[in-house]
Design a binder for this molecule. Sequence first.
Ligand code: CO
Length: 141
Amino acid sequence: MLQRVDHVGIAVEDLEQALALFRDALGVERVEFDEVPEQGVRVAMLMLPGGGKVELVQPLAPDTPVGRFLARRGPGLHHIAFGVADVRAAMEAVAARGLELVDREPRRGAGGASVAFIHPRSAMGTLIELCQRDAGVASGA
Ligand code: CO
């Protein structure tokens, strides 16, 4: 079901400050920005030339899931996203195996992906994102 690591998410207080590290100090040149108001976040996706991605996630307000994460834990690793061919099928499969999903329905993720999260309680303390990149396209390809 899991096809690849799509990206790793890092919760940050401030995108510009985080970009000073990743773009300016570590030399990641390609960055794509997005805002997902439904999730209360601004995102900077670091596009590594070798194909990996790192998602810097800044909350739009303290009273959002990422805002509460920052208040509780401080900045740092937030989730790991695995690419799946069909996010709905993946949700049904993990639910059938007794894992707890955060989402009942897929939601829009950064960059137009269709995503759903598995609760850390079901995943050894790690928030897992199931991420379908070709959202809207019939699965099977
Ligand atoms: Co993500």
